[in-house]
Write a protein that binds this ligand. Structure first.
Ligand code: CA
Length: 366
């Protein structure tokens, strides 16, 4: 018997190939899963939206359907609306703990836990969808967002955008800053803080309570989303003055969240399918929102009694100034908030300078 010895070069090549294969198949350490390309995954996604909620819940369901088709049934995601599996605002926690693999909502819902997360959904007088997509995909925003969520073992992706929202429904006209004083308005988050600084009285109400509160004059005003969702909620029957623009939510980003361990258990082709399906759905939800809002606006305009007003310049300028003060105060209090605020502002200044001579200049032509 000859003593067989592996040629040295072949041995090195073999080792290299094994290593390369492991590296390509990436973050997981579970090699048995990586080896089996036919393994299928049954995942759960929880959302913050009511069952059947148009555009947002429907978009999350379409995203899951697309992934099932593209993966040839290897990744099946069952989507649960808010309350069907867990309460809507426990979405982030559930994904973080891994009791579900995926969530859909918006980052400002977690402001109590992660205040700086608000920059990844929207802030008053912040960037519109165009600017947010540019920042997130190509301006370092997404990397920063992932770093912020990393301690929670959550990986975020942009998955939809509401576009510029409406300013809301008011039971009286807003002609000056005086009309804001004492105004009881349902407006969440930083927008509510800014309203309070202007002398208003922000009220927190779940979506399901908004219509009745406005109709019974428990509140004087409410914001919701845009013409399409506002019309569906029947808000035009509860107040007749409809104001624009939605200074408090100029382009709310919706987010897909994925549990880090679940993500790492996937082979790279399924990870690529998720990433690309998320980009596709991000565009699709924004497009659908724009189209539905323009159709609903036309209907609302034709409906007798609806008055659509722009907020007076005096009011918008004051709210903008108070927003800047609020953001600076939060940044001074919290270094993590400051870090994201600085990155956001840095990108935003350049985005504003470019928009001023591109889209804004073009749209300003009479
Ligand atoms: Ca809103």
């Amino acid at each position: 018997m000859t003593n067989f010895r592996w040629p040295r070069l072949l041995l090195i090549t073999l080792c290299f190939n094994v290593l390369a294969a492991c590296t390509e198949q990436a973050p997981s350490t579970n090699s048995s899963q990586q080896a089996d390309k036919n393994q299928s995954f049954e995942w759960k996604m929880v959302t913050t939206w009511p069952p059947g909620f148009p555009v947002l819940q429907k978009g999350a369901e379409r995203f899951a359907d697309n992934i099932r088709v593209m993966s040839n049934g290897r990744l099946n995601i069952k989507v649960y609306a808010g309350g069907e599996l867990i309460p809507p605002l426990q979405t982030f926690e559930a994904v973080s703990q891994g009791s579900v693999e995926m969530g859909h909502g918006s980052a400002y819902y977690w402001a109590g836990k992660v205040p700086e997360a608000q920059f990844f959904s929207t802030v008053p007088f912040g960037m519109t969808a165009r600017g947010m997509n540019a920042w997130l995909y190509d301006g370092g925003g997404l990397e920063l967002w992932r770093e912020i969520y990393k301690p929670f073992h959550v990986i975020p992706f942009p998955l939809g955008n509401t576009g510029v929202q409406m300013g809301g429904w008011f039971n009286k006209e807003i002609n000056s800053l005086e009309d804001i004083k004492g105004l009881k308005m349902r407006i969440p988050g930083l927008g509510g803080k800014v309203l309070a600084k202007a002398g208003g009285n922000p009220i927190l109400l779940a979506g399901s309570e908004v219509y009745t509160a406005l109709e019974r004059n428990t509140i004087d005003a409410t914001e919701w989303i845009g013409p399409y969702h506002d019309q569906r909620l029947g808000l035009y029957r509860a107040a007749k003055h409809y104001y624009y623009p939605g200074w408090h939510e100029p382009g709310t980003v919706l987010e897909l969240t994925i549990n880090q361990r679940a993500w790492e258990s996937l082979p790279t082709d399924l990870q690529a399918i998720i990433s690309n399906a998320a980009q596709a759905e991000n565009l699709r939800m924004l497009s659908e929102m724009e189209q539905k809002n323009m159709a609903a606006l036309e209907q609302l305009r034709k409906r007798e009694g609806i008055e659509i007003h722009r907020f007076p310049n005096e009011v918008l300028s004051r709210l903008k100034k108070l927003t800047n003060e609020t953001l600076i105060e939060e940044a001074e209090r919290d270094p993590k908030f400051k870090r994201v605020y600085d990155a956001y502002q840095n990108f935003r200044k350049k985005n504003d300078a470019w928009s001023a001579i591109s889209e804004n200049a073009y749209l300003a032509i009479e």
